[in-house]
Design a protein around this ligand. Sequence first.
Ligand code: GLY
Length: 313
Amino acid sequence: MSQTGTYSLMVHGGAGALDNVKDEKTAVRYLESIRSVLEHGREILELGGSALQAAETCASLLEDDPVFNAGCGSVLNENGKVEMDAAIMDGRDLSAGAVAGVENIANPIQLARLVMSESEHVMLIGEGAMRFADHCGMERVPESYFLTPDRIAQLEEARLKHKIMLDHDSTEEDTEDQKYGTIGAIARDPQGNLAAATSTGGIVNKRMGRVGDSPIIGAGVYADNETCAVSATGYGEDFMRSVLCKTIADFISMKGMDAEAATKAGIEYFHRKLKGRGGVITIGQDGKCSSAFTTKKMIHGWIEHGAETHARF
Ligand code: GLY
């Protein structure tokens, strides 16, 4: 059956053991946020908005929720500062925009969108990205917007342990897989257009200047109307080395797999080659929603072909 006239939407909010989600109240808090973001996205798509608009808006809403490691909830680097990465891609024409190492910006995904639409480049970093934000009239927010007591305590703990810590690491002994925070949103509109957006604060106590997979087209984000839209969450270096989002798209175009099989095959490759840590969400050309992860859990949700909203770990 053709699904041309329907829309689909998926979001994620991090992958890992999720040791911090120990009680029912915390679990409900995460799942309610995922559901609420999906309902906003549904409204956009039902009112005729594009996949790109839906992906950008859903990613912005996740950046605005402090429980997720992106935007206002971003983790702190070794200097106690926030340095954020984000990217967005339009599957209609493979146009893309990305920013890396940006500070004092409430919604890096919106800056990435401006790089895509208002500049001749794909990626801007650091001071150059900030100057471009000023040029576009984007407001800067103070550091206090990001410096929550929880994030400061998390950095202190990482410093004491002399290690790079992943978001929401357990205070107990390190477990095999922790929570790797990133947010992502992907969409297919009723016209069959695909779009993907990914945004993150990275990892706790990371070196100043470290850039992860989220702003790297093909590694942490990818969208092409001919194949799929994908967003990744997990240990960035693993996704950069496997170029996982593009690998999944290639499995569709070159191996003739459907998006679900390609997602599964991509995650198997990620695990086999690198013991990669994390997961992906994928929407195929036909609007089918898939996900796969190597961690114990991944916070995600979806609306497939305009049907009911799902949210789960
Ligand atoms: N996946 C986000 C990061 O590693 O920065």
